[in-house]
Every structure is written in C-alpha cells, then in structure tokens.
Design a protein around this ligand. Structure first.
Ligand code: ATP
Length: 468
C-alpha cells in the first residue's frame, strides 16, 4: 500500500536546493527578494515544460504560429495596454486573500452596498486621506476582509535607453509577453499565409514588481510566461465553443501531457466584480498547491479591447480584411490562455513528491517525459576497466537519444536513492553478466521492479516508456 506524508513548500524548497532544481538567487550575498535561479535539474525541467508546451500548442497545430518579441518594447505600448495608468493608482491589498484592488474601485463598490455612508472621491486625494477614510468607515473587500493601508503601486520595472544623463529614454521591462503579440499583429498577418481564426504563442520572461511575495517560486519578480492570443471574427466564430476548446487544451496539457493528478485541478470562474471590464468571461485553472488552490493558468475572452487600444494609441490600422469577403473589415477578438512556466514547474514538483515510507525513500514521480534525466547509467564497480568501458558505451548509446546521467559514486543502493529523489525513471546497471550476455539490469523508479534487458532492445524500450 502506498504511504505518503503531506507535501509542504518547505520540503519542496529544501529538496530543490539539495538536489539542484531551484536555488535562492545571489545566495552568497544574502539572496534577493522573490528571485530564484534554476540549477542543473531545474533548467532541464523548465526546458522540458517549455518544449512540451510549444510542441503541443504551436508545432502540432496548423492554426498556431509562434513569435519571440522583445522584453523592452516602445513605452507607449504600456500606456495603450493600461499598465502605465494602473501604476499611478493607489492600490490596497486584502489582508487575507492578498488580492489587490484599486482603491477607487474598492471604495466605489463598497459604497454601492453602504449608501448611508458619506461619499468619497478618490481622484486627487493623497494616500493618507484615502487610508483615513478606509479606516474610519471600515471599508472591506467584497470578501469582507480588511485591507492594508493604500500604497502607490508601480508594478512595472523601469529602466532607460541611452548613456547620456538627461537624455535617457525611460522604458519598461515587459509586465507580460502578450503585448508583443498585439503590436506585431499586422506583421504576422502580412508575412505569413495564416488566416482567421488563428493564434500566436510566445514564451518569454516577464517582470513585475510584485508586492505579495514569499511563496517560493509561485510568485516571483522575474518569471517566464507562455501566452497565447487566439484571434477570431466574432461574426463567424462563436466565442463560447472556442473558449471551451481552449479550456480543454489547457486541461489536456496539464492532466495528460504533464501527468498531473486530476484531484488537484479545478476550474474557477471569475465573478463579475473580479473580471476586467473589457472581458466577457474569465476562468482560472487552479492547482492545489500546499498552500491551497491557486491560479495556475488563466483564460480570458478579451473581445477586441487590446487591438483597439493599440489602434487608438498608434494611429495604425490593425483591422483584418476578410480574404473571402472584401467588404468585411473588422478588428479581431481574442481569447487569451496565459500561464507561468515557473508555476507549472512548481506544480510539477509538488505533484511528483512522494515519501515512500515503507521503503524509506523520497521519490519524485515525474511523468517520464518531464523527468530531467530519463535514465541513469551505473557501472557496478569502479575498478574493473571492462565494466567501465562497457558502461560508457551504454551511456553514449542512450545519450544520443535522451537525457542520461552517469553515476559511479557509492553503492548501488545509494545511487538508486539519489536517482529516486531527482525523479530518474530508469536506472541501468552494467555488471559482470553484461560482459557475458550483453544484458543490463533495468530498474523502474516507482515500482522498484528490475528486469534484464538486452542492449539491443534497451533504447527502443526506454523511448517507448518515455513517449507514453
Ligand atoms: P496575479 O493576479 O496572481 O498577480 P494575474 O492574474 O495578473 O496574476 P496574469 O497576468 O493573468 O496573472 O498572468 C498569467 C500567468 O502568469 C498566471 O496565471 C501565472 O501562472 C503567471 N504569473 C503571473 N504573475 C506571476 C509571478 N509574479 N510569478 C510567477 N508567475 C506569474
């Protein structure tokens, strides 16, 4: 029978550091708030997640293309997207859920339900005045919780282009990858053969000066996003079935491709208050992290808000001319599925973690396609040149097809223990018998079952297991 102790964030963070998945960044200088580096295994795991996502969402779909836009975009982009205005607004944070609200929105909403209280105009008021009003009238969030004192939030990181002081042009590190897709809309339509409905995907770094921090890599200042903008003509494509089909694609990726436990996944629909004013519908696919169900992957129907904003701000025509009907020119609508790659990685770590109490081992039960190394090759002994040479041959043969690791330290039991903890699905031992009959011992990670396999069949056998 399977036994398992609860997975905690502390256990995940400790294993991550001990085995080289995730390190606190700049640790020798005391670290940097909410910033992490990915070690040798974390880098492999990130790459596997990215590659699986790109393969499934872009390579294998004829209606999708990918781009790779800049981190530094023209600053007007962020005025059009609303990120710059938002950062001048005083925000307040729910003391319990840590959800942030623009102070004016929160007060307005709250006043709607408390008509007896004197009205208050947030515009033009200082932070102290807003804070005093909230305190005096016990203004709470829609969930009924108190808020921290208001602060002027600047979620965009600013830097500058230019080397001469006084002539520098302020620019922002992008707060999301999506805007590089919208600003390239015309380029993509004009340079490819693609026609509506079609989507554009991108994976890349985003930066946010987050105020809610402290949950390991769940929310970091620098992170990687995998975003899709799926463009369509609302007169020809009904948005609801399209939205549903994207929800199915997201769920398939997490549950089937990454092998994540369905019990830990759920959909949450955004309430009317929570949703952006331009969005017709928004759902979050949530995963049950050790600190509760939290957003993993959001999907929103954003209408044509974003393209229209860029039309208004750039003065450029970003409408789409229907190639079948030249009278029909319009601004496409979008559905946006947006996920954080690092959040997928944290989910993969939490979901894989298993304390096998009976066998006194910790096992990272990654689906083999996710595992940083697919196989480990062990020469039984270190002092027998024929065995070492044979094992090197096995390593080279497998390394041509998959990620493998060489391990000749300590006894075989210790090597299994280590490989279990980093989630390697197969351990291959080359021993005396290998020299005689060209077979090796293959030991499977979860069941610990061992079998002898001929070296002629080994690569094909492992590949078929990994590709499942
Ligand atoms: P929140 O409200 O939690 O700050 P959000 O709803 O604004 O996040 P989106 O802008 O929709 O998030 O970003 C899309 C995805 O990017 C999220 O679902 C999440 O997986 C990821 N993400 C967003 N912010 C961060 C962050 N600071 N660190 C890591 N991943 C993030």
């Amino acid at each position: 029978m399977e036994q398992n102790n609860a997975v905690t964030l502390e256990k995940i963070a400790s294993l991550s550091k001990r085995r080289g998945f995730v390190y606190p960044t700049s640790e020798i200088y005391g670290g940097l708030t909410s910033s992490y580096d990915y070690g040798p295994l974390g880098a492999e795991l990130l790459r596997n997640i990215r590659n699986l996502w790109w393969h499934e969402m872009i390579t294998t779909r004829e209606d999708m293309v990918g781009i790779d836009s800049q981190i530094l975009l023209h600053p007007e982009t962020w005025v059009a997207s609303g990120h710059v205005t938002a950062f001048n607004d005083p925000l307040v944070e729910d003391k319990v859920t840590h959800k942030r609200y623009r102070a004016d929105h929160l007060i307005e909403q709250w006043l709607d339900k408390h008509p007896e209280v004197e009205k208050f105009q947030v515009d033009g008021m200082g932070l102290d005045e807003i804070g005093a009003y909230i305190e005096e009238h016990h203004v709470t969030t829609p969930e009924g919780n108190e808020v921290f004192p208001p602060k002027a939030f600047n979620i965009m990181f600013q830097t500058a282009i230019g080397v001469v002081e006084g002539e520098k042009m302020p620019v922002y590190l992008r707060g999301e990858t999506a805007q590089g897709i919208f600003t390239n809309f015309n380029n993509i339509v004009n340079s490819t053969r693609i026609q509506l409905p079609f989507g554009v995907g991108q994976i890349g770094k985003s930066f946010r000066n987050e105020i809610t921090t402290g949950q390991f890599i769940f929310r970091t200042l620098e992170f990687e996003q995998a975003e899709i903008e799926y463009f369509f003509d609302p007169d020809k494509t009904e948005w609801e079935p399209l939205f549903k089909s994207w929800q199915e694609s997201m769920y398939h990726f997490v549950n089937e491709t990454l092998g994540i436990n369905a019990d830990k996944l759920r959909w949450r629909r955004h309430s009317d208050q929570e949703r952006s004013f331009y969005s017709k519908d928004t759902y979050d696919l949530e995963y049950e992290f050790p600190f509760g169900f939290k957003e993993l992957w959001g999907i929103a129907y954003r209408t044509n808000y974003d393209l229209q904003q860029h039309i208004d701000h750039s003065g450029k025509d970003l409408s789409y001319q229907d190639p079948q009907d030249h009278q029909h020119k319009f601004v496409p609508h979008v559905i946006e599925p947006a996920v954080g790659v690092n959040r997928l990685l944290l989910m993969a770590l939490c979901d894989a973690y298993w304390e096998d109490v009976e066998n006194k081992r910790v096992v990272m039960r990654f689906k083999p396609n996710l595992a940083p190394y697919k196989a480990a090759v062990f020469p039984l002994v270190k002092n027998k040149p024929e065995i070492i040479e044979k094992a090197r041959g096995v390593y080279d043969m497998l390394a041509a097809k998959m990620g493998v690791v060489w391990d000749d330290r300590g006894n075989i039991g210790k090597r299994y223990f280590y490989q279990d903890e980093i989630g390697t699905p197969f351990c291959i031992t080359v021993d005396y018998q290998t020299l005689e009959d060209n077979t090796v011992t293959v030991r499977e990670r979860d069941s610990m079952a061992q079998e002898r396999v001929s070296l002629d069949d080994l690569t094909a056998k492992l590949l078929s297991e990994i590709e499942k």
